[in-house]
Design a protein around this ligand. Structure first.
Ligand code: URA
Length: 218
């Protein structure tokens, strides 16, 4: 679906994560140290029952000063095994998309709403509430200019007022934390030819939108 015109959604007071006030070398070093400490905290977390099912918590991969952060739902079996987000089949599709729009994207990172694999890969709303402060702290320290929520659960987490994913995917919008560009979840694109075509065209739309320079004007 092509992205046209101004982002949908409302600007809502809070400073977007991408504004990067300060941003000098000292500030960067402090943020990176805080991210390392936060990662340790997440890996040791036992705040909800998912901790008892996981092999390991899955924290983040990518640049420590990313321009764009992709937000997935929850680790699957491969991620639980390796401790890295999106390393399974969905991750391959995501990485192919990232490679396709790499020049427009710039630096990026990948994380999930849930840090631990839920049993039977069923997204757990109660665990998501418990886990939420970790996501907020990660985003506050990473300060991306743009969030790309992947799928309905990630979109509902970062922008509860957004229309459903099939209406939101492929277009920029303005959410509570700043600019967003939702995409379908790559696992959905792997399940159906129609959704795979939609995924491909939405990823192209993201590249075109980034190339237009519109993000820098928000
Ligand atoms: N699906 C997700 O939402 N996240 C992952 O890390 C892997 C699959």
């Amino acid at each position: 679906m092509p992205s046209e015109g101004a982002p949908q959604g409302q600007r809502k007071g809070a400073a977007p994560p991408g504004r990067r006030p300060g941003g000098g070398r000292g500030d960067r070093r402090t943020r990176h140290a805080a991210l390392a400490q936060l990662a340790e905290e997440i890996r040791a977390c036992t705040r909800c029952p998912l901790a008892h099912h996981r092999q390991q918590a899955v924290v983040y991969r990518g640049s420590l000063s990313p321009r764009v952060v992709f937000v997935g739902e929850a680790p699957g079996a491969a991620e639980d095994r390796e401790g890295i987000p999106f390393v399974g089949r969905s991750g391959k599709l995501l990485d192919d998309a990232i490679a396709r729009i790499a020049p427009e994207l710039g630096s990026f990172g990948v994380l999930n709403v849930l840090k631990c694999r839920p049993p039977r890969n069923r997204f757990d709303l109660v665990a998501a509430r418990t886990c939420r402060p970790y996501l907020d702290r990660q985003l506050a320290l990473l300060r991306p200019r743009l969030l790309v929520p992947l799928g309905a659960r990630a979109l509902a987490t970062v922008d509860p007022d957004a229309p459903r994913i099939l209406s939101s995917a492929g277009s920029p919008r303005y959410g509570p934390t700043g600019p967003l560009f939702p995409l379908l979840h790559p696992a959905a694109a792997l399940r159906s030819r129609r959704l795979r075509e939609r995924w491909d065209s939405d990823v192209t739309a993201l590249g075109v939108w980034l190339a237009s320079g519109a993000l820098e004007t928000l």
